[in-house]
Design a protein around this ligand. Structure first.
Ligand code: 5GP
Length: 180
């Protein structure tokens, strides 16, 4: 059986880049693909970045109890399918879920051996400038994401580990010492 990890962190904290570096060095780890009702951003591919679903399709999965956890975040629904996680762990893959903090804490309740890791920005100002630099969100969406940051950091009190993404190489080494 593989091990289960959840990585959370505010939008724009650099989780994606950090995870990409980690995954390229560690082929025995796999990033889970979640379902979402959010519209794809440019370059995102169905089945690779997310399973992009309509609200009806998502609601059906909820109704049929097919999610390990699901949450509403910034006006969209996100969820992790139970069968997907069970299959990957049974294949012996170490699986990483990239979830918001509510999802992370819910997974820990259901599967207590899950390791929860929270990625912190060096500062709030740095986070805001990274979010704006992505040019992927409207001003309204950026404001909503910044507002949820405070809530996310508060929730991270109950995480197993916290890693500050001040320098990608340093943060990567810390992540490796936790996960490998
Ligand atoms: P984004 O829209 O930037 O891709 O993701 C927004 C937030 O949703 C991020 O905090 C991300 O970690 C979280 N997220 C992605 N997939 C899932 C999921 O399956 N469940 C939960 N609870 N959150 C998710």
């Amino acid at each position: 059986m593989g091990k289960l990890f959840v990585i959370s962190g505010s939008s724009g904290v650099g989780k994606g880049t950090l995870l990409k570096s980690f995954l390229s060095k560690h082929p025995d780890f796999k990033l889970s693909v979640s379902c979402t009702t959010r519209k794809p951003r440019q370059g995102e591919i169905h089945g690779i970045n997310y399973f992009f679903l309509t609200q009806d399709e998502f609601d059906n999965l909820v109704k049929n109890n097919e999610f390990l956890e699901w949450a509403e975040f910034s006006g969209n629904c996100y969820g992790t399918q139970k069968a997907y996680v069970e299959r990957k762990l049974a294949e012996g893959k170490n699986l990483i879920l990239e979830l918001d903090t509510v999802g992370a804490l819910n997974v820990k309740k259901i599967i207590p051996e899950t390791v929860l890791i929270f990625i912190l920005p060096p500062s709030f100002e740095e986070l805001e400038s990274r979010l704006r630099g992505r040019h992927t969100e409207t001003e309204d969406a950026i404001q909503r994401r910044l507002a949820s940051t405070k809530f996310e950091i508060e929730n991270s009190k109950n995480f197993d580990f916290k890693v500050v993404n001040d320098d990608i190489e340093r943060a990567l080494k810390e992540l490796e010492s936790i996960m490998c």
